[in-house]
Design a protein around this ligand. Structure first.
Ligand code: SF4
Length: 187
């Protein structure tokens, strides 16, 4: 199957990621792979191979997004404001995730074994099909990644239904950082 034929089906990977959280929350750490792969491919090909051919989230948004009567992009998008907000959100989130996981590992903070959306909205723990003896800091880390992936996926899906399927790509931190790296290479 060629790569163009593959992209429309890759949304299965995103759905599988969220379902695997119910098997074991430890699978949520696969988010690290999702974050690293775009940059590994970028370094190899010197272009946004991930965004163009392999991004499961782009695939999901294409499948689930509004099909017709697209609205004009909101000023939040055209001004680049949402892009900056999301970049800050992404950076701070990674900082909080790393810091809190280290604190839990050192016994200075209690683990938070539940989903939190957009850093602040506390939800619930997921029922687990597999229970593995795992250090608490790993459970904490897994829930933080799961929450981060869930938050951005929900936001991207809402935007895709309100405006157009891949409007999220204009604010996606991975896309923004990829553009910045490509630009820096050309300077
Ligand atoms: S910009 Fe983000 S969501 Fe869009 S294709 Fe690239 S990595 Fe995927």
């Amino acid at each position: 199957m060629n790569r163009k034929g593959l992209l429309p089906k890759l949304f299965i990977i995103t759905l599988t990621y969220f379902v695997l959280g119910f098997v074991s929350i430890l699978f949520a750490n696969l988010a690290l792979l999702c974050m690293a792969l775009p940059f590994i491919l970028l370094a190899k090909a010197k272009k946004k191979v991930w965004c163009q051919n392999y991004c499961p989230r782009a695939s999901l948004l294409t499948v689930a997004g509004k099909k017709k009567n697209w609205r004009k992009n909101p000023a939040l998008i055209t001004s680049g404001k949402l892009r900056r907000i999301m970049l800050w959100y992404f950076g701070l989130n990674l900082l909080f995730i790393t810091g809190s996981t280290v604190q839990v590992a050192l016994g200075r903070m209690e683990a938070m074994p539940y989903i939190r959306l957009f850093i602040a909205i506390e939800l619930f723990s997921l029922p687990q099909l597999l229970t593995v003896q795992t250090p608490l800091f790993l459970i904490h880390l897994s829930y933080r990644f799961y929450g981060m992936m869930a938050s951005t996926t929900i936001l991207a899906l809402v935007l895709s239904r309100l405006y157009r399927p891949r409007i999220w790509c204009a604010a996606c931190p991975i896309g923004t950082l990829s553009d910045a790296l490509l630009k820096a290479r050309r300077v």
